[in-house]
Design a protein. Structure first.
Length: 374
């Protein structure tokens, strides 16, 4: 099906749901789309994981299907998503990402725990899920998957008069950072995007805070603001072979565990400041891969709430750096919205990834569709 024909199918109201590698909870957001253009955004919601639930998910990180602990994480994911979906009865279609536990596209593949078939049964609604497996099976990285949606967001913002049609970068700072260079003037996402994971983002900061009994995150970047960056650690971090690899490329959450070990002997403020410095340095290094400089960087994900991160990015990058709210988008819900948009796209047989976003050899329509049993 062509994208032009998809537009004749009319708008669908979908509920996108996302639980990221930060392991803090589940986001849900309504979106109206035909699978190409965004017709409008709806309300959103959030369900935090309690400490025990977060512990179950943390214990399952790095595990694969059949490993002990995976079934508990999968059941938890489905139950948490079903509970939140109950607050959105107006959505007949759910886009369910599942919980990423392991990602090794060059080896064992990718593993998102949680059955969309079970979620369909619990919610009584059609569910699109398992978005990454087909991309990896066809030789892609399986990540990032939000880039095509970033193009749709830029297209929406231009049509709404909230930004110009110049190239722009969407920078998502979740557990891992990922960057999408978008040309809003392109005919569609397949020709208008370049995307890749930049490096570690919130995950090592959050893990450091948890390991030292300082809470789940560095709220507002206060701890990092009080610390000093260890330049030697960042210099060593940038020698990691990942940064020399061509794009597109993707990372596992714990691919840079050496960085976390390197800050282990620093004070908490210095460790936080150094991890923030590493994040900014990795994004700046990623700019070397862009086809042309962007007019601005629009930051989404939890990292944009961290003042130390935003300050470091503004110092490291050659263009304005602003939260996505400056163009009328919701940076807390962008990834959830993305999986609602992608769900409609899968329903209509349109590509969800391609050579410029995951390095798949051809455009891929990933995702499985499950309907509730009668």
């Amino acid at each position: 099906m062509t994208e032009g024909k998809a537009m004749m199918g009319g708008m669908i109201r979908a509920l996108g749901m996302m639980s990221g590698t930060s392991l803090d909870g589940v986001d849900a957001a309504l979106i109206e789309t035909d699978g190409v253009r965004i017709g409008g955004f709806g309300r959103s919601g959030y369900r935090a994981y309690c400490d025990n639930e977060s512990a179950v998910l943390h214990a399952a990180l790095g595990l694969w299907p059949g490993d002990e602990g995976v079934s508990d994480a999968a059941a938890l994911s489905v139950a948490a998503h079903a509970a939140l979906a109950a607050d959105f009865p107006e959505a007949a279609l759910i886009g369910y990402h599942g919980q990423t536990l392991a990602h090794d596209p060059g080896g064992r593949g990718t593993h998102q725990a949680g059955s969309g078939a079970e979620l369909a049964q619990q919610t009584g609604r059609r569910v699109v899920w398992d978005f990454r497996t087909e991309d990896v099976r066809q030789g892609g990285q399986g990540a990032p998957l939000a880039p095509f949606f970033h193009w749709a967001c830029a297209d929406w913002a231009v049509r709404e008069g909230r930004m110009t049609a110049e190239p722009v970068v969407f920078l998502n700072l979740g557990g891992v950072g990922n960057l999408t260079w978008v040309d809003p003037a392109a005919e569609g996402p397949e020709s208008g995007c370049l995307a890749f994971d930049t490096g570690p983002a919130n995950a090592p900061i959050n893990d450091m805070m948890r390991s030292r009994g300082l809470g789940a995150r560095d709220e507002g970047g206060e701890l990092a603001d009080a610390g000093r960056v260890d330049a030697d650690i960042i210099a060593e971090f940038l020698r990691h072979p990942y940064f020399a690899r061509p794009v597109p490329k993707s990372l596992d959450r714990d691919a840079f565990d050496g960085l976390s070990k390197a800050v282990g002997n620093l004070s908490a403020p210095d460790a936080a400041a150094t991890l923030v410095g590493a994040l900014a340095a990795s994004v700046a290094t990623g700019f070397d891969h862009l086809p042309q400089p962007p007019a601005s960087v629009l930051v989404c994900g939890g990292g944009r709430h961290n003042r130390a991160i935003m300050s470091a990015l503004r110092a490291a990058l050659p263009c304005p750096v602003e939260p996505v709210e400056t163009v009328g988008l919701d940076g807390d819900m962008l990834e959830a919205q993305a999986f609602g948009w992608l769900a409609v796209r899968v329903l209509r047989g349109l590509p969800t990834s391609g050579p410029s976003t995951t390095a798949a050899p051809a455009p891929v329509c990933g995702g499985r569709i499950s309907t509730p049993r009668e």
